[in-house]
Design a protein around this ligand. Sequence first.
Ligand SMILES: [Zn+2]
Length: 322
Amino acid sequence: MEARAARDASPLADASIGVSANAETPPSRPGTVGSSRGTGVALAAAALLLSGTGWAGVMDKAASAVIGPPAISVDREEVVPGSWVVVRVTGVKGPGILRALGRDIRMFAADSGLRALVPVPLGLTSGKQVIAVRVGGLTLKTAFRIAGAPAKPPQMLRDLTLSAKGAAALKSGNAVLGRAFRKTGREALWSFPVHTPLTGRLSSGFGVMRSYGGTAGWPHRGHDLAAPKGTPVAAATGGVVVFSGWLEMYGNAVVIDHGQTVHTAYFHMDSRRVATGDRVEAGRVIGTVGETGFAKGPHLHFGTYMGPVAVDPGEMFTRGLP
Ligand SMILES: [Zn+2]
């Protein structure tokens, strides 16, 4: 990043979403999930669902069942933090729950079986990670590796200092956004490619380690796209607006659910053109670029999420969603 990017870079505000997400995602303990079948496993699965911190609360009560030779696969065996793994299970039907990286993640019907997206939060260290899926009285296991991400140059934002009041506003804003990220539909509403919400200069990228006014720093969990105030902001792909409102640190903010745990977030806008509950198509104008909230210079902070975990928007554009 060039030095002047700091002037219009967006705040640490968005960063702490990921920080709190990281706090909920301790390294997985492979020994905690056994591989067996029968009612004992079903009871154990129920206990796991109740104690989980992820998508357990939205699990269906309908029974799942084995309908063929069960198999589990991952689309990538190694990913960097900020990326994700697509997990597929075939030979089963009905609800399934996946456990990885210390979280329960809901599986959805897709690709003639069940599918889940497993995001890897920034800040996790490299190593082997076990994925366990409970479905139809079975526990299926596979694994992937977290690779070390190449270091990015740090970015100093001396113009932005977080006060105690700002920190409190950040916390309450994150709670609101966290609730929005838990609202998700069963159907995948996205399409490929996922579009950039506007054409602007990338003034700060994903994963850049930032520090503010000489104090603590956080990795940046989105793309800052610098553009003149009033530039239209378009929905990156289709979905349902699950939040449209004002948050002190994020300014005018919109969160869109694209189904199956995938969300995009748009912060610091000058105006909002959609309301919570609106169905939007890809490219629909949802607001305009501004400088609202904890921000310097007009820009859009664009974030992409799987559950509460921020993933790299750049990879969303190129690799896309399954
Ligand atoms: Zn930003």
